[in-house]
Design a protein around this ligand. Structure first.
Ligand SMILES: C[S@@+](CC[C@H](N)C(=O)[O-])C[C@H]1O[C@@H](n2cnc3c(N)ncnc32)[C@H](O)[C@@H]1O
Length: 225
């Protein structure tokens, strides 16, 4: 059996036992409609979505910022961690992705709490900051990796002590540690990791993962005082 197949089978095993009700109708429909609309199959896996949800719940999150909505799959997992009066802002560059996401989020019953803002995140973020929002308790960064250091800087501006920043896809099959790889996305992720490691207001770590999404990983950073 190939390694990839084995990782997939173990993910299926965990999903069957730990998430017997997932994907529920709204999550399954979000993936189905995203596929039907031709969106790339790059959403988090169900187990990863549940991890994001648990992290947001552990944070007691009332305000969540997501950078990179796609069809709203991770948005739904995160949005379900919010209290009824909580708020999630998700930033998406592609209007077609955003349109699918808005429908998926409404079907999940989260349209009151979740707002999808369309445009390049580096334009949406200053506008968001101008609105003086309450600090975000969780920021999930999952868009164009080349801008990861800029997203980390904005995340720092829009959070406060105790907030959690999650950066996705930091391993990408091991490319992050390959000194010959100078892909701009890899450089962006390395710069974001350097920022986390060297920043006096951040305490971070990174975890390698295998599974349905192949070999990748997350970085996690807690905002200090
Ligand atoms: C990996 S997908 C997000 C997956 C989603 N978080 C999930 O797990 O369901 C990345 C998304 O970021 C969007 N994106 C890429 N560049 C962006 C930018 N500059 N600003 C905002 N969104 C961007 C892409 O269009 C894509 O929909």
């Amino acid at each position: 059996m190939s390694e990839q197949r084995l990782w997939h089978e173990v993910d299926d095993y965990f999903t069957d036992r730990l998430l017997p009700d997932a994907p529920d109708d709204a999550l399954a429909a979000a993936l189905r409609d995203s596929d039907a609309a031709g969106l790339p199959k790059i959403a988090v896996s169900p187990l990863q979505g549940k991890l994001l949800q648990l992290l947001a719940q552990l944070q007691g999150a009332r305000n969540i910022l997501e950078i990179g909505t796609l069809g709203g799959y991770s948005t739904i997992w995160l949005g379900r961690a919010l209290p009824a009066d909580g708020r999630l802002v998700s930033l998406e560059y592609d209007p077609r992705h955003a349109e699918v996401a808005v429908r998926n989020i409404a079907r999940a019953g989260l349209d009151k709490q979740v707002e999808v803002r369309v445009g390049p995140a580096l334009e949406s973020l200053p506008r968001l900051a101008d609105e003086n929002p309450p600090p975000f308790d969780v920021v999930f960064i999952d868009a164009d990796k080349v801008n990861n250091p800029h997203y980390m800087e904005w995340a720092l501006r829009l959070t406060s002590t105790g907030s959690l920043i999650v950066l996705d896809n930091v391993v990408r099959g091991g490319r992050v540690a390959d000194p010959d790889n100078t892909d701009p996305d890899v450089l962006g992720t390395r710069a974001a990791l350097d920022l986390i490691g060297g920043h006096p207001r951040l305490s971070g770590t990174a975890l390698q993962t295998v599974g349905a999404k192949s070999y990748d990983g997350f970085a996690l950073a807690r905002v200090l005082a």
